[in-house]
Design a protein around this ligand. Structure first.
Ligand code: DWN
Length: 410
């Protein structure tokens, strides 16, 4: 464990101050297999800090990446919404940059290869970079070659030697996982061909604060990026944002297109989002503290609702064995006494138990077998897809409890 620190990972000044403490909890994606239930489970402090110098929000305690990502249970391809979204990124880039068979597209944090499969019908050369060894067979079966490693300057040089320069490099929900963003950006600079573009997408700090989405905080997410601190980081490597978009996926994502400064010029979208960030005054210290207040009131409200329902005799299950769900359950102290099971389509997670409170993760078939009165929707970012999939359960009188941004029952 790299431990407690006040040194900002982005601007390197000693200016980081804590504003949110989730507690000391196990790693969100480390679901526990049945035969390991008796083993000691490591738990780490989970606290978020704000840099008073560059406004970058980040974790104060770092778990080594190898413990988080060498073996990874999340699969991009399980949700239809996410799969279509990721493949759409690839086809959108083919069109925007007129990519062809001579171009190499690299995806960093390529997971099961879903994003890269979006290039295949266009005959673009693809390469994934992904440290999770257990995902290699899955991406290979999807027709995606993958270098199994953590991305940074060293890996970028090795990839360059073997595969050549990339026309586009994507990093979708991966840049926040990086303990040293400087090394990552240097790697991008080393690997990108002249006129090439780096497309980085992350959970957007501004939307996270606006939605009170404190459950996005887990050990994997070492950074919580806004556009302004990100621009300051790229600036140090003679790179700049040429386009920025706020997208309605997860709880709101920021996508930033980045190039070397003397190669491509920014369009008006960058200045518009920067201006918006200045106008709403976030990220700012006081606003960050509001996120912590909101997390505490959401905890009180949700626990009250769940305990009242149980007192009335209702049964409750969960849907979505998500990383964010494990933050929520740990922060609220919810275990199998309140939530009988959590259903998830990901077969890697089925048969395991949630980290910490050990709620069994089961196949969604269990929902119609047990017919709990309520399902706490821990994948609230995918409610539409889940509600459609569980239409029979809902038709028969079942309900979904949506925890965030507002506690709602449907
Ligand atoms: O940033 C990250 C995001 C993109 O993915 C990672 N650090 C980790 C992960 O976070 P998460 O686990 O909170 O992500 P999701 O996308 O909200 O997870 C959805 C879960 O719900 C998956 O396990 C799949 C499952 N699911 C399901 O079982 N049936 C989802 C749908 C839509 C369904 O119908």
């Amino acid at each position: 464990m790299a431990g407690d620190r006040s040194r900002c990972m982005a601007c390197h000044t000693e200016s980081v101050e804590e504003f949110l403490d989730i507690g000391t909890i196990p790693v969100a994606n480390n679901f526990v297999p049945a035969d390991k239930l008796g083993d000691p489970e490591p738990a780490y402090p989970l606290r978020v800090g704000y840099c008073h110098n560059c406004s970058h929000c980040q974790l104060l305690d770092m778990v080594p990446p190898t413990e988080l990502f060498d073996d990874y249970t999340y699969l991009s391809g399980v949700s239809v919404t996410i799969s279509e979204y990721l493949r759409g990124i690839a086809s959108g880039l083919v069109e925007r940059y007129s990519l062809g068979p001579d171009d190499l597209a690299i995806d960093v944090g390529s997971n099961d290869g879903t994003l890269l499969t979006g290039y295949l019908p266009h005959n673009i050369k693809v390469l994934g970079v992904e440290p999770a060894k257990n995902l290699l067979e899955i991406s290979k079966a999807a027709g995606v070659e993958t270098v199994c490693d953590y991305f940074g300057l060293k890996t970028a040089r090795e990839v360059l030697d073997q595969y050549g320069q990339a026309s586009v490099i994507t990093s979708v929900n991966n840049f926040a996982h990086v303990p040293d963003p400087h090394d990552f950006v240097q790697g991008v600079d080393a690997l990108l061909k002249e006129g090439g573009v780096f497309i980085v997408e992350i959970h957007y700090l501004i939307k996270m604060i606006q939605d009170g989405a404190f459950d996005t905080v887990y050990h994997e997410h070492m950074s919580y990026w806004g556009l302004i601190p990100m621009i300051a980081l790229f600036e140090q490597y003679n790179m700049h944002a040429i386009r920025a978009e706020v997208l309605d996926i997860h709880h709101g994502q920021l996508r930033v297109y980045v190039s070397r400064k003397d190669e491509l010029q920014p369009d008006e979208t960058v200045a518009a989002i920067v201006e918006h960030e200045h106008k709403v005054g976030i990220p700012g210290w006081e606003t960050c503290r509001e996120l912590a207040d909101n997390a505490r009131s959401a905890r009180t409200e949700l626990l009250k609702l769940i305990d009242e329902l149980i007192a009335e005799g209702a049964t409750i299950g969960g849907y979505g064995a998500t990383a964010k769900g494990n933050t929520l359950l740990s922060f609220l102290g919810i275990g199998p006494d309140r939530l009988k099971f959590i259903a998830d389509r990901n077969t890697i997670k089925q048969g395991t138990y949630t980290p910490g409170h050990h709620i069994p993760v089961v196949s969604p078939d269990r929902i119609m077998e047990d017919k709990p009165d309520y399902l706490l929707n821990l994948a609230w970012n995918l409610t539409d897809e889940i509600a459609a999939q569980q239409s029979e359960y809902l038709k028969q009188g079942g309900h979904l409890i949506i925890p965030i941004p507002e506690v709602t029952i449907i």
